[in-house]
Design a protein around this ligand. Structure first.
Ligand code: ATP
Length: 290
């Protein structure tokens, strides 16, 4: 099946910042979260995908079309929510819908009405007069109903309160159920959008630190509370220890070690994704040391 997006060996330098090389394939039916610290290059990568910035090298194909082709008609098959929307201020939500909807052949007016309803959006008010949170909700209402095979959201939860974030997650889950489509989300808020993700593409300071299947990652990390003092030797898989706790990224090996050394774990738990990401980036940094 045709990939929604394919990036190979993509690089971009901006002053002293270097992004890439980036290799990334977005398959239909998947949600990929670009995760990384502030300034790690998430927005830059999305702009490269949308051909709003020019890569220094590499290739980007969107739904089988090179992104840098002169014919920009492929963009009507991509719903892109940038971090900010310039030029919206003088227009009401109703005006913006009239401008945007005709650009997208599969625009869904009923879905737009539902989102407006759920987010209680005042369509008669000018965008510039809305609070940042309501502006963000309106931008989402103008993006999701495009029903394009590929949706790209840059920090979609910015300014949203907790119930609105939950509503957005429900909307995106429903949206994915409607067909063979894919979502790419950039977020530095690990807890939010990573819940939805099938894959995490992790960036740090422009470097690709790895692509991870979320469920596999969640199963790989475990935290144990031991009944006794921690052993002096490190347990296999142990990546961090504190007081009577050990964190492992190879639970089976760690548990056999406990067994062999007659150590009892009184409690054990999976880790939150946010904690895993922090540990992962630390591990990668250590392995990169000369
Ligand atoms: N217009 C620009 N002018 C100068 N430098 C830029 C510009 N845009 C991006 N950069 C550089 O690229 C780096 C990556 O920025 P980018 O916005 O892609 O990061 P990000 O991961 O999306 O960050 P955030 O989480 O803060 O949104 C920044 O550190 C900055 O140095």
């Amino acid at each position: 099946m045709l990939a929604c997006a394919e990036l190979s060996r993509v690089k971009k330098r901006i002053a002293d910042f270097q992004l890439g090389p980036v290799d990334l394939t977005i398959e239909p039916g998947t949600i990929t979260t670009l995760a990384g610290n502030n300034g790690s290059g998430k927005s830059t990568l999305l702009k490269l995908i949308m051909d709003l910035a020019t890569s220094d090298s590499g290739h980007i194909n969107i739904l089988g079309t090179p992104a840098d082709t002169n014919d920009e008609s492929w963009k009507s098959n991509v719903a892109y929510l940038p971090q900010t929307s310039v030029g919206y201020n003088p227009y009401t939500g109703q005006d913006l819908k009239k401008i945007i909807a005709p650009l997208y052949p599969d625009w869904d007016d009923n879905l737009f009405a539902d989102i407006v309803d759920n987010f209680h959006l005042p369509l008669h008010k000018k965008y510039g007069k809305l609070s940042p949170g309501v502006q963000q909700k309106l931008r989402l209402a103008l993006t999701i109903p495009r029903n394009s095979p590929l949706m790209i959201l840059d920090e979609p939860t910015s300014f949203l309160d907790i119930p609105s974030k939950q509503l957005l997650m429900d909307l995106l889950t429903d949206w994915m159920d409607q067909g063979e489509r894919a979502i790419v989300i950039a977020s530095h808020q690990a807890a939010d959008m990573m819940k939805l993700a099938d894959y995490l593409y992790v960036l740090q300071d422009g470097n690709h630190m790895g692509t991870f299947e979320k469920e596999e990652l969640l199963q790989r990390y475990r935290k144990y509370w031991l009944a006794s003092e921690l052993p002096e030797t490190r347990a296999p898989g142990e990546i961090a220890r504190e007081n009577q706790q050990i964190i492992s990224n190879h639970p089976e090996q760690t548990e056999s070690f406990f067994h062999e050394h007659h150590l009892t774990a009184t409690f054990q738990t999976a880790l939150e994704l946010e904690e895993i990401l922090t540990l992962l980036l630390q591990e990668q940094n250590v392995s990169r040391l000369p």
